[in-house]
Design a protein around this ligand. Structure first.
Ligand code: NAD
Length: 286
């Protein structure tokens, strides 16, 4: 029988701990603050940003949404980031993707003060993640949240075969690094992978992050596998679906995340958790 991973329940647990951490910091005179900068009118991004803002406020954090027009220039965006770098009420800066064509994403990544880099995109953090460097530093929130869910459901990656489909900087690559650090044997598959379905079927832990609705079906899943569906796609009726066909995975997968209610709430909970950690570390900087 296939068991559904309850992302909302795990997210609630993380959020409850975050709320306690926020109160403790507020008692010390530090209110953790996050700014989400959104450039343009992408409807999906606007929904994510609204959800992030609501959650931050609910947890007692200082939350700012900075909506910018899609005509914003590179120089204007960098100046705004610079202002938040200097703003002591802000501990985490997130620039929502996708960004309009005139914006150079790597330059944006490098402009954010690493102490406020809530997604852990700075190359120094990516290097630490890949080398499994000890100590505190931010790691991309979606894959970090997935590791929390795996732990919560007793899935230890050690010795398991893991396949990550998707190689983005925000999900696929950091996911593969975290699973490698947790001693899984990891394959990264992507749009140029030959015989993707056969590769997927080798996985004890299958993470799918492509943005292609129902790319993976029950036939591509190893019986008993843990399946993590990162996709947030729209089917032909406009319904929110994942990269995995949830119905056909029933009876094949051992554990599976639903869409919605799986990775989505965990990403937001982990983003809040990381912001609070950045606020906590802010007075211990060298
Ligand atoms: P991306 O577009 O940056 O990367 C997609 C990856 O999928 C690429 O590496 C590409 O090689 C691979 N890919 C594309 N077509 C493929 C195919 N036919 N076969 C195999 N691989 C293929 O996307 P992303 O930012 O990594 O996001 C992926 C999906 O996850 C999107 O649907 C996005 O909305 C969703 N997402 C959800 C959350 C969440 O919190 N639930 C967070 C981040 C991303």
């Amino acid at each position: 029988m296939t068991k559904t991973i309850d992302g909302k329940a795990v997210a609630k647990k993380v959020n409850d701990a975050t709320q306690v951490a926020v109160s403790e910091l507020v008692a010390q005179g530090i209110q953790p603050g996050i700014v989400v900068i959104i450039v343009g009118e992408d409807p999906a991004s606007k929904i994510y940003v609204r959800n992030k803002n609501r959650k931050a406020e609910k947890l007692g954090m200082h939350s700012v949404v900075r909506q910018l027009p899609d005509t914003t220039t590179q120089a204007e965006l960098l100046a705004i980031i610079e202002a938040y770098n200097a703003d002591d009420s802000i501990h985490g800066i997130l620039v929502q993707s996708p960004l309009p064509k005139q914006i150079n994403e790597p330059l944006v990544t490098m402009a954010i003060d690493p102490h406020k880099d809530v997604d852990g995109f700075h190359p120094a953090y990516v290097g630490k993640l890949v080398t499994n460097y000890p100590g505190h530093y931010p790691v991309a929130n979606t894959p970090r949240g997935i590791m929390t869910m795996l732990k919560e459901y007793g899935v230890d990656p050690a010795g398991k075969t893991a396949v990550v489909i998707g190689r983005s900087t925000i999900v696929g690559k950091p996911m593969a690094a975290l699973l490698t650090n947790a001693n899984a044997t990891v394959t990264i598959a992507h749009s140029r992978t030959k015989d993707l379905k056969a590769v997927a079927k080798t996985a004890d832990i299958l993470v799918v992050a492509t943005g292609i609705a129902h790319l993976i079906t029950g036939d591509d899943i190893k019986p008993g596998a843990t399946v993590i569906d990162v996709g947030m796609d729209r089917d032909e009726h406009g319904k929110l679906v994942g990269d995995v066909d949830f119905e056909s995975a029933q009876g094949v997968a051992g554990l599976i995340t639903p869409v919605p209610g799986g990775v989505g709430p965990m990403t937001i909970a982990t983003l809040m958790q990381t912001t609070v950690e950045l606020a906590k570390w802010s007075d211990k900087r060298e």
